[in-house]
Design a protein around this ligand. Structure first.
Ligand SMILES: Cc1cc2nc3c(=O)[nH]c(=O)nc-3n(C[C@H](O)[C@H](O)[C@H](O)COP(=O)(O)OP(=O)(O)OC[C@H]3O[C@@H](n4cnc5c(N)ncnc54)[C@H](O)[C@@H]3O)c2cc1C
Length: 267
């Protein structure tokens, strides 16, 4: 999920002309709490339709839309349903949209048309569903300026389809820590240059790949002008959707060991 550019210092926004970019879709989402209802029809039904629910994250494709479904600890099901459309109105600082009863009713009617009955039922029985607007940002040309450096979502707001924004943030922090250790504070700009040279190519590709995954799954036009249709897609097109197609999925080439001794992590 992207953060708003409010986290990116305005000096960077001015310098880099960088803006949040609406993805072209928003997500209905909700959490169904089924504590004490483990053997109810609704739960047995959804487990039958999505048999690996406890062990994986499902994404389900329909025409020009997709949803994500997975189980959380504590007998809860988390679901998201991505809808193409104009950018919803929102308050400046929030990516969450307050929804009305009639919007929820329409969503329930649509769920019956798009999803298997078991999933539509989960959506309909979820209390207080809400909408998140999905943004990302074009990769920044720089990650630091003077002694201000960006890490995490502030450095690379991304759509959620790559499932790795937290990993990216942790790796930023680890690499930054190693660069600072290697160069020392007296050579701060060299440390920040090296951090940037390691992380910028990686995060840029990962953000753009997550963007592409979202567009594929939502049936939106890709750079080549084509759209993805799950009913006619060729196998090589489908393979792009695998998690391992993420650039640098197997790791990032770096010239030093980013494992810090535990006593340094604590200090
Ligand atoms: C609903 C949701 C679901 C997500 N699911 C996943 C997932 O499944 N997998 C995944 O990898 N990632 C997921 N993410 C993304 C993940 O949470 C972020 O990528 C990650 O938290 C980024 O870490 P960060 O430290 O850069 O930013 P954050 O975790 O956002 O931390 C920024 C911190 O800065 C603080 N802050 C903001 N402004 C100021 C200020 N002016 N002064 C002081 N402090 C300030 C904030 O309060 C916050 O504590 C999800 C995000 C959301 C919103």
């Amino acid at each position: 999920m992207s953060v708003s550019a409010t986290l990116v210092p305005s000096t960077f926004i001015l310098h880099c002309s960088n803006h949040d970019r609406y993805s072209g879709y928003y997500a209905w989402r909700g959490i169904l709490d089924f504590s004490g209802k483990e053997n109810d029809d609704i739960i047995l039904g959804i487990r039958q339709s999505y048999p690996d629910l406890a062990d994986c994250l499902y994404f389900d494709l329909a025409l020009a839309t997709h949803c994500v479904l997975y189980e959380l600890k504590g007998h809860r099901l988390n679901w998201l349903w991505y809808i193409n459309g104009p950018e919803p109105e929102r308050k400046e600082s929030s990516l969450t949209v307050k929804v009305s009863d009639s919007m929820i009713e329409t969503m329930h009617e649509e769920a019956d048309k798009v999803w298997v009955p078991e999933l539509a039922r989960v959506m309909k029985e979820t209390k207080e569903p809400f909408i998140n607007i999905i943004y990302d940002s074009d990769p920044l040309p720089k990650l630091f300026r003077d002694n201000v450096v960006l890490v995490g979502d502030a450095a690379h707001p991304t759509t959620p389809h790559g499932l790795r924004s937290t990993n990216m943030s942790i790796q930023d922090a680890a690499v930054l820590g190693c660069c600072l250790k290697k160069w020392g504070l007296e050579n701060l700009s060299s440390a920040l240059e090296e951090y940037q040279s390691i992380r910028l190519p990686v995060i840029s590709k990962q953000v753009l790949h997550a963007r592409k995954l979202g567009r594929i799954k939502q049936g939106l036009a890709l750079n080549c002008g084509r759209t993805f249709d799950p009913t006619t897609a060729r196998q090589e097109e489908c393979l792009q959707l695998q998690q391992r197609s993420m650039p640098y999925f197997e790791g990032v080439p770096i010239t030093f060991d980013i494992t810090l001794p535990s006593e340094q992590i604590g200090s």
